[in-house]
Design a binder for this molecule. Structure first.
Ligand SMILES: [Fe+2]
Ligand SMILES: [Fe+2]
Length: 406
């Protein structure tokens, strides 16, 4: 897979190929000189009405425009493309200027029929009021209606866009709340109940604070978030959901008894498995990033058992608010970015008989992307560089390995 943006073309700033899959490309940009854009690739084209320019608002500091352009950040999806094919992406402005702005290659399509579409969110952190290391990024953009704070409107827009994409099932990978407050958990319940598709949830470290039984609150909305190892069989994929928050606030854990349960479920599956956890397993000998995931020895024990039980398994997690794919024991361990801070995304999986395709999509709703784009400036701008990962972390196609004879 491949994708690159060509800077400065036709007055569109920082246009990037954010994701590709076997049938579509998503491009995103920070700002533009023109309020209406026509964007195309191959047989696909889409007309975009740009959002007003976004501002950078920090507590007790002056408000700055995020970008020098008259119109704000945006995104567009070009659909109906051929797999494994190179495309040039072009932009045409209302003034008639037209230029090629990026090149991208779509992913190979796994063999066999498309069986299912699954969408995941993580780290929605309902209840958060400010963002950044110093918690000084404020949400006072004029676009959102009053009383619609950024975590809620980003998550709502993500779910709407995932459902429009065709998601059959939603999985939320923890850190639903800021602080396990009952009001936050009720808001999560209402949000997921309104999704209109079934949802499964694992809890994160932010959801188990103050002795609150988060799963009991969510059960009242028909959402299964029990802190146990459990499974759900979907067409073409067995979901295994496991509770990883440890007794501290940051590290995750999978105790040997849990790992045995997970391996038994993976071995008994009729086909491929997706293990859903909040904390990522450690795939290397040393954890070099913050926040840390599952303890190293426990991670390696889990992945060794999984590889022996069912090599057609992927592990998906959240917690780090970044996109990354690490491999250990032949098992891909996939971290994905948060919905409510840069880059602000949901993640889709198209499950085929012969494999799976992941595509990460930035949430496109103007009131969401205006906020998430501003948060790229957090941590001195490092947040915008660290969290998206590489295109290969966001968009990949995997052929299921043939399981060993039983
Ligand atoms: Fe989080
Ligand atoms: Fe977390």
């Amino acid at each position: 897979m491949r994708g690159r943006g060509l800077e400065g073309a036709v007055g569109v700033d920082r246009l990037r190929v954010y994701s590709v899959d076997d049938e579509s490309i998503q491009v995103t940009w920070r700002g533009s000189d023109d309020g209406r854009l026509l964007i195309g690739a191959g047989p696909a084209q889409v007309e975009v009405t740009c959002a007003p320019s976004a501002d950078l608002r920090r507590h007790a500091r002056r408000t700055w425009p995020l970008d020098r352009h008259a119109w704000g950040p945006g995104a567009a999806v070009l659909e109906g493309l051929e797999p494994d094919t190179e495309y040039e992406v072009w932009v045409e402005t209302a003034g008639g200027a037209r230029g090629t702005v990026a090149c991208a290659k779509t992913l190979a399509r796994p063999r066999g029929a498309l069986l299912y579409r699954l969408a995941t969110l993580n780290d929605i952190h309902i209840g958060e009021r400010r963002f950044g290391l110093a918690r000084n990024f404020e949400d006072r953009h004029p676009l959102p209606p009053p009383g619609d704070p950024y975590p809620l409107r980003c998550a709502r827009a993500a779910i709407q866009e995932a459902v429009a994409w065709g998601a059959n099932h939603l999985v939320v990978k923890g850190d639903l709340t800021r602080d396990s407050e009952p009001a936050e958990l009720h808001a999560v319940g209402r949000l997921l109940r309104a999704a209109g598709i079934p949802a499964d949830v694992v809890l994160g470290n932010h959801d188990v604070r103050n002795g609150v039984a988060a799963a009991d609150y969510l059960a009242g909305y028909g959402i299964d978030a029990r802190p146990v190892v459990r499974h759900r069989d979907l067409p073409g994929l067995r979901l295994i959901l496991a509770h990883t928050p440890g007794p501290g606030d940051r590290w995750g854990q999978v105790l040997p008894g849990q790992a045995d349960q997970i391996a038994r479920l993976a071995r008994a599956a009729a086909g491929p498995c997706m293990l859903v956890v909040h904390h990522p397993p450690a795939t290397g000998p040393v954890t070099l990033h913050y926040p840390p995931g599952i303890y190293h020895a426990q991670s390696q024990g889990l992945l060794r058992r999984l590889a022996a039980a069912n090599p057609a398994t992927i592990v998906v997690s959240g917690h780090t608010h970044r996109n990354r794919v690490g491999w250990s024991h032949g098992i891909p361990c996939v971290e994905t970015s948060s919905t409510k801070d840069y880059p602000g995304q949901w993640t889709g999986y198209r499950v085929f008989e012969g494999g799976v395709v992941q595509t990460a999509r930035r949430v496109q709703a103007p009131a969401a992307i205006a906020w998430t784009e501003a948060t790229s400036r957090a941590v001195g701008g490092q947040w915008g560089r660290w969290t998206p990962g590489a295109l290969a972390d966001r968009s990949w196609s995997l052929v299921w390995p043939v399981p060993p004879p039983s």
